[in-house]
Design a binder for this molecule. Structure first.
Ligand code: NAD
Length: 477
């Protein structure tokens, strides 16, 4: 009997929709299950269920809400080996990362459990004597959450935690590439929450489109820029709030005064962690000419030492690419980099392993320039392109010369450069002597330009999207 991942609407499961196969990218002979796609009518039903449940959920006592969110987080933490195994089998990240992501998802719920008790308003004096003013926040209502495959449980958690903590009800549309992890998450949420508060609709872009154009009050999306644009346009027709977190082309500037060990370790982590399938991946390395050759030699050696293999095999450091189409897209960029004049230093071709999967090695190109398409478009794979600069100023200018703006790093031992870069790099996150990837969960996350649209996610600032302010005036008479 195959696993079928369907809809949870108003507390009832339904698996009647059209089927899509869900395959293990480490071993394509392993079918994990089948997704049953939601119909437009089911999406409307899920929104209606969330609408009906919203006033009740918003009025649940704060401590009860806190306890429910805490219990959801605890269950994910307690089950992180089991759920992390499924996540790695389905998405392809090494087990340590799949487990770590599940654990982190649990921490998100527990962070927002505590937020339930931190809903403290403001008061103001009136310009009119004797009048009192209170400023408070209320839930926006029903939110649609549309998520990608690369962090199938953490991204859902960092949206769902604040959505629920501030009294909203939810319809989640996870990626069609990772329905199994989403299904387990939905089982956990369905168990702990009153019916209708959380609903899931599975399927592809058509299901996401039905949700973003439905009668919701807000949509929070993470994914690619072209999809974000469509979602924002659909949502605005209903005057629904929009929050989009999208792709990027994140630079690390490596100065000639850099600690070489830090430069190599952070570049490896940023460029090849999660096989480069991260919005924060370090895909542009901007290296000072004085240390360029030494850096490339050490960086290449470290990249070639990485073990690429089955996500669930012990010792694997890079798992497979999530799907055949993503792998082919990356290989097209390898060809493009060659055509544009880049020099392939290592990697660039599919690897064979004991099981047939979508394996690609760490891939490094040198001799690239910032105007090449490989330095302007998101590749979303274990490939990074190196360009040379002759000064700090040139490095900063190259870093900022992009249509994106999620995260930017500098590796330097010069305090003046570090401080200047923090102030002048036009990105949502700026890091010194750290990679662009690997950020904390209790502080704001988001970007500039094409990388982000709308208020920040995560930390206490998540309330800016998930709540609406009310200003109340009282004349005590
Ligand atoms: P994607 O845009 O293809 O899909 C994301 C989600 O949108 C999926 O659930 C998909 O089914 C849905 N979707 C597709 N078309 C839609 C439409 N017309 N209307 C509504 N929904 C639609 O992205 P992906 O390939 O799943 O994920 C990779 C992308 O996500 C990369 O660009 C990456 O940078 C980005 N990402 C960004 C962040 C961030 O926080 N900034 C984090 C992770 C991933």
């Amino acid at each position: 009997m195959t696993n079928i991942y369907g809809q949870l609407i108003d507390g009832e499961w339904d698996v009647s929709g059209a089927r899509m196969e869900n395959i293990n990218p480490s071993d394509i002979s392993d079918t994990i299950g089948h997704l049953a796609s939601a119909t437009p009518a089911q999406v409307a039903d899920a929104i209606a269920a969330a609408r009906a449940a919203q006033p009740g959920w918003e009025s649940v006592k704060l401590e009860e809400k806190k306890n429910i969110l805490h219990a959801i987080g605890q269950e994910l933490i307690d089950r992180c080996d089991e759920i992390g195994t499924l996540l790695s089998r389905e998405e392809g990240k090494p087990f340590a990362e799949g487990r770590g992501e599940t654990f982190r998802a649990g921490e998100f719920y527990q962070y927002y459990a505590a937020e339930c008790l931190r809903q403290i308003g403001e008061s103001a004096a009136s310009v009119r004597p004797g009048i009192n003013i209170e400023i408070s926040r209320e839930a926006i209502g029903v939110v649609g959450l549309i998520t990608p495959w690369n962090f199938p449980i953490a991204i859902a958690a960092w949206k769902m935690g604040p959505a629920l903590a501030y009294g909203n009800t939810v319809v989640l549309k996870p990626s069609e590439v990772t329905p199994a992890t989403a299904h387990v998450l939905a089982e956990v949420l369905g168990k702990h929450l009153p019916k209708g508060v959380f609903n899931i609709v599975q399927g592809g872009g058509d299901v996401g489109a039905a949700l973003s154009s439905g009668k919701i009050d807000g949509v929070s999306f993470t994914g690619s820029v072209p999809t974000g644009r469509k979602i924002a346009q659909a949502a605005i027709q209903n005057m629904a709030r929009v929050q989009c977190e999208m792709g990027s082309k994140n630079p690390i500037v490596i100065m000639d005064n850099a600690d070489m060990d830090i430069a190599v370790a952070q570049s490896i982590h940023g460029a090849f962690g999660a096989s480069g399938q991260k919005c924060t991946a370090s895909s542009r390395l901007i290296v000072h000419e004085n240390i360029h050759d030494e850096f490339i030699e050490k960086f290449t050696k470290a990249a070639e030492a990485k073990k690429v293999g089955h996500a669930l095999e012990e010792g694997t450091e890079l798992g497979p690419i999530v799907s055949e189409s993503q792998m082919n897209k990356i290989l097209d960029y390898v060809q493009l980099a060659k055509d544009e004049g880049g020099e392939l230093v290592t990697g660039g071709a599919r690897l064979k392993r004991a099981s047939e999967g979508y394996y690609l090695p760490p891939t490094i190109f040198t001799n690239t320039t910032n105007d090449m398409r490989v330095n302007r478009e998101e590749i979303f794979g274990p490939m990074t392109c190196v360009q040379k600069v002759s000064s700090y100023e040139e490095g900063l200018e190259r870093a900022n010369d992009t249509e994106f703006g999620l995260a930017a790093s500098i590796i330097t031992t010069n305090l003046k450069q570090a401080e200047h870069y923090k102030r002048n790099a036009k990105f949502g996150s700026v890091l010194v002597n750290l990679a662009t990837a690997g950020l904390d969960y209790h502080v704001p996350f988001g970007g500039r330009n094409s990388s982000s649209y709308g208020p920040r996610e995560q930390g206490m600032h998540a309330k800016d999207f998930y709540t609406v302010m009310k200003t109340a005036y009282t004349n005590p008479g």
